[in-house]
Design a binder for this molecule. Sequence first.
Ligand code: SF4
Length: 253
Amino acid sequence: MAEARTPDAEARTPDEVVARAARATGLVDLDGAVSDCFACPRLVAWREEVARTRRAAFRDQTYWGRPVPGFGTADARIGILGLAPAAHGGNRTGRIFTGDRSGDVLFAALHRAGLANQPTSVAADDGLALRDTRIFAAVRCAPPDNKPTPAERDTCAPWLHREVALIRPTLRVVVALGAFAWAAWWPALREVYGVRPPSPRPAFGHGAHWSGTAAPALLGCYHVSQQNTFTGRLTPGMLDDVFARAKQLAGVD
Ligand code: SF4
């Protein structure tokens, strides 16, 4: 459930998100500011409702019930961009892709790729550490039906843009998990890198690749959702290929 707030740090409107994100001096500051965001009334109501009602299997747990910051190293060469936290995953544990089946698949792949020190991600204090990698979402609050509105995506974008700006010195490639993340990346080109996004936008697909001269490369990967992994649309081998390609593009051994 929600912790005590720090009113002077809260962002409660889209303009306050812009201003607070711009003031973030580093990733720790940014992560704290993201966690204190209340700018999307529908998502705030949903994340808190889920945290109150909980899933039966987690009834004895205290849900995070807040926005979920990025996770990973400050000198990341590889960024992984997801859609939004899961209601009973990140919204429960407070760490992105942690505590749900999507995270099980993702972190097992990152471990195989040598980018994570363990193959599981079950709780914020489980000792997981990433190498050369940072994971973040286009929208930082769990949305109903995993579907943020365009307005919510746009309201949340400054958090993403500031995070990318802070790791810009090392960031070389971004893996977009799904079409939503793929589409959410293009505004970052203009906002962070001063680069005009390509027109028309390259279509999303698994294995799709875009690269410009003054911005990180973008790789498309089917989302690690249960819908994709249970049906075999996305296999462990396909994920291994994407992360091998990402490492190659990023110059990671
Ligand atoms: S989705 Fe983003 S902008 Fe909206 S309340 Fe959550 S953190 Fe704030």
